[in-house]
Design a protein around this ligand. Structure first.
Ligand code: G3P
Ligand code: MG
Length: 252
C-alpha cells in the first residue's frame, strides 16, 4: 500500500525536554530546541472554561502548585499557578503553558508539533474536538501541520470529525488485539507504541497498512538501536542530551 505523507523528523522531544526542564512548559520546549530538536510532543487538555493547556496528568498536583482536576479550574486560575518550582528552583515561577503559546513558539522557530490529546476522563469528545479545531486554525497557513495523537479512540474520532485534514496517530501502551480496525476507522497516519511492545511483526504490519510506526519513551541507546533495527520511523525521547536528533547517537 502507498505510504501516507510523512513530513516529520525521526527524533521527537517528549513533553518539550522530558526530564531536563519542567515538562510541558515553554522552558522545556526552549530547552529541547537548544538541544537541537525540531519536533516536540506535548500533552494537551481543557480547563473548566475550555482553554487548552499543556499538562500531562488529569490533576494539577504533581506538576504545579495547585490541586485538583485540571478540568475544574478556569484559565484565570490556571495562569496564576507555578508549573516550574516542583522541578527545581531554577524554574520557579514558570507558568502553565497554553497550546496557543506553543504553536507560536514552534512557528517562530520552524519546529513541528505532536499534540497528544490527553482528556481528563469524561471529557474525551469535547477535548478532541476543540484541540483539533484550534490546531487547524493556528496552523492553517503552515505547510507542515501538527500530528494529533491520543490513547483515547473517542477523542481521536472527534478530532477526525472536527479537522479531517490533520494527521492522526493512535497511541498504544499494551497490545490491543483490534488495533488494526481502530487505526483503519480513524484513518491514522501512524501507530505510536510503548517501546516494550514493539516487534518486527507490529512494525511490518503498520508499514503494510501504509502507516508509520513510532515509539515512546525511548531513553536508552540499547532500546533505540533495537527499534531502529526493526525499522521504526520515529522515537520520542526524554533524553534530549543523550541523543542527537540529527545523527541519532552521541558517543557517550
Ligand atoms: O505521546 C507519547 C507519550 O507521551 C505517551 O505517554 O503518558 O508520556 O503521555 P505519556
Ligand atoms: Mg504524552
Amino acid at each position: 500500500m502507498k505510504q501516507k505523507d510523512w513530513p516529520y523528523p525521526q527524533w521527537i522531544a517528549h513533553r518539550g525536554a522530558g526530564l531536563h526542564a519542567p515538562e510541558n512548559t515553554l522552558a522545556a520546549f526552549r530547552y529541547g530546541y537548544q538541544a537541537g530538536y525540531r519536533m516536540f510532543e506535548c500533552d494537551a487538555k481543557l480547563t473548566a472554561d475550555h482553554q487548552i493547556i499543556l499538562l500531562h496528568d488529569a490533576t494539577l498536583d504533581r506538576t504545579t502548585n495547585g490541586t485538583g482536576l485540571a478540568s475544574e479550574v478556569s484559565w484565570d486560575q490556571a495562569q496564576r499557578l507555578d508549573a516550574g518550582q516542583w522541578h527545581s528552583t531554577l524554574y520557579a515561577g514558570e507558568p502553565v503553558a497554553t497550546l496557543d503559546r506553543l504553536n507560536a513558539f514552534c512557528q517562530a522557530n520552524d519546529c513541528m508539533l505532536n499534540i497528544e490529546i490527553k482528556p481528563v476522563p469524561g471529557h474525551e469528545l469535547i477535548t478532541g474536538t476543540l484541540i483539533a479545531q484550534a490546531a487547524c486554525a493556528a496552523w492553517q497557513e503552515c505547510e507542515i501541520k501538527p500530528l494529533l495523537s491520543s490513547f483515547s479512540v473517542d477523542a481521536l474520532r472527534a478530532a477526525m470529525e472536527a479537522a479531517p485534514e490533520l494527521a492522526r496517530a493512535q497511541l498504544m501502551h499494551t497490545l490491543r488485539p483490534q488495533w488494526q480496525s481502530t487505526v483503519n476507522e480513524l484513518q491514522c497516519h501512524a501507530l505510536i507504541c510503548n517501546h516494550e511492545i514493539v516487534s518486527a511483526d507490529i512494525v511490518g504490519s503498520v508499514h503494510e497498512m501504509g502507516m508509520r510506526c513510532l515509539s515512546y519513551t525511548v531513553n536508552d541507546e540499547l532500546t533505540a538501536r533495537r527499534l531502529i533495527n526493526l525499522g521504526i520511523d520515529g522515537l520520542i525521547t526524554d533524553e534530549v542530551e543523550r541523543f542527537d536528533p540529527r545523527n541519532g547517537f552521541k558517543s557517550i
